[in-house]
Design a protein around this ligand. Structure first.
Ligand code: UD1
Ligand code: CA
Length: 426
């Protein structure tokens, strides 16, 4: 696609969220709202992605990736003013500017592409993406003349009773000819109920100058939901959560109850794996093929599970590698650990990885058997095919040799390995 850049507006106050956290930083499936829009834009390979953030809320910059250009809007004076703040960063060699809002996380790359293609094909000054909503409250309404041509947008707050009945709404996504946009911005005035500089008022000026504006309609209205309140946030979150589950199901993962399984954006799960209800799989988790996960399981960042691993109820795993064929079926915690193949972890095992100051590592080698209700105090190594008896507390640095059996609190050696491969003691 030729010469265009994307400007994403994310400097609004988000007052309707009633939250201290800037609106666009609220996370859905562990990804901030604004990054859904950034990621969809990036897939179109624009010349540049510019994100406008508020001077008073510079923390938004922390969640943005390095490849986007951040500009500040000094005060939230309205969407037209926000685009103005981005003006100096718009490359001179682009022909078109796509403007998106940072609070519409459901937008898909294909839809923005459709907008740009439509705009170029019609060769108009601006194309507005619109959709039809049964309940259009809160959105700007699309005004058309008797011939059906686009004549403007009226904001919900400014709409007359009759205009409020219009079901076609502005999605807040536009493709402009750059030169026309920049010129129109100079003429937007805050002549409305909120006293803001509305980007939607740029259309009036363009039409006055006999520029052509088209509205193109997107049928999938759920894609353009704007998140303004906590209620809309949860509606968007539900759609995104469902999309993620469907992606995994397409890849051959069985999800036994789509209403209670939560999987973050970047988790990877192999085919043939079954996920039981009430399971949470967070970002940066990898689950292999043919695993069984849950019910009531919490896989946190850094959990890496090989193939045929079975993780059952009331289990939590964080920053740990678990290799093929290992079982951890009941009530256990594993953090900062490396667990080998075919290990059996009994009910109630806890790895005590945190000593109050730092996190320590636990290693459980291939074929080990960890009895019920045992505590492994890190740092500690449990050798190959070693056995830790039920109720044992293996204290820090008291490594268990390959093949040895330990029991008690603190765990003491009762059977040495036949091979006596090293001198560690329990
Ligand atoms: C806006 C549109 C409305 C449309 C709706 C679609 C305007 C005037 N209205 O209304 O027609 O139906 O989106 O979702 O554009 N922002 C800034 N700086 C500001 C103000 C806003 O960066 O000074 C950003 C916000 O962070 C947000 C976006 O612009 O991401 C839209 O602002 P918002 O206040 O949510 O506009 P809506 O009332 O939803
Ligand atoms: Ca909005």
């Amino acid at each position: 696609m030729s010469s265009f850049c994307v400007v994403i507006l994310a400097a609004g106050e988000g007052k309707r969220m009633k939250s201290e956290l800037p609106k666009v930083m609220h996370e859905i499936c562990a990804k901030p709202l604004v990054n859904y829009v950034v990621d969809a834009s990036r897939m179109l390979s624009p010349k540049k992605i510019i994100v406008v953030i508020g001077r008073k809320r510079p923390q938004v910059k922390e969640v943005l990736s390095k490849d986007v250009r951040v500009v500040y809007q000094e005060k939230p004076l309205g969407t037209a003013d926000a685009v103005k703040a981005a003006q100096k960063e718009i490359p001179s060699n682009v022909e078109h500017v796509v403007v998106l809002y940072g609070d519409t996380p459901l937008i898909k790359e294909q839809t923005i592409r459709f907008l740009i293609d439509f705009h170029k094909e019609k060769s108009v000054s601006c194309t507005v993406l619109t959709t039809f909503l049964d309940h259009p409250r809160g959105y700007g309404r699309v005004l058309r003349n008797e011939a059906g041509q686009f004549v403007g947008i009226v904001e919900d707050k400014d709409a007359s009773y009759q205009q409020k009945n219009i079901k076609e709404v502005n999605t807040g996504m536009y493709c402009f000819k750059k030169d026309d946009l920049l010129e129109a911005l100079c003429h937007v005035k805050p002549l409305n109920v909120s006293g803001e500089f509305y980007l939607t008022d740029a259309f009036g000026w363009l039409l006055k100058k006999n520029k052509r504006i088209e509205a193109c309609v997107v049928e999938e209205s759920s894609e353009v939901l704007g998140v303004n309140s906590q209620k809309e946030f949860i509606e968007a979150a539900e759609i995104i959560r469902r999309r993620i589950l469907e992606k995994h199901m397409e890849n051959g993962v069985s999800i036994m109850d789509v209403s209670t399984v939560f999987i973050d954006e970047s988790a990877r799960i192999g085919a043939g794996t079954i996920i039981f209800p009430l399971t949470f799989i967070e970002n940066d988790v990898v689950v292999g093929e043919n695993c069984s996960i849950g019910p009531f399981c919490h896989l946190r960042p850094g959990a890496r599970l090989g193939n045929k691993v079975s993780i059952g109820n009331f289990t939590e795993i964080k920053n740990s590698e678990i290799n093929e064929g290992t079982f951890m079926r009941h009530v256990s915690y594993l953090g900062d650990a490396r667990v080998g193949k075919n290990v059996n972890i009994g009910a109630g095992m806890i790895v005590a990885n945190f000593d109050g100051v730092k996190k320590n590592k636990t290693v459980i080698k291939d074929g080990a058997f960890i009895g019920c209700n045992s505590v492994l105090i890190a740092p500690v190594v449990i050798g190959k095919k070693a056995v830790v008896g039920a109720g044992s507390v293996v204290t820090r640095n008291h490594n268990v040799c390959d093949g040895a059996t330990v029991v008690g609190m603190p765990a003491r050696l009762i059977t040495e390995s036949k091979k006596k491969s090293n001198k560690g003691k329990a």
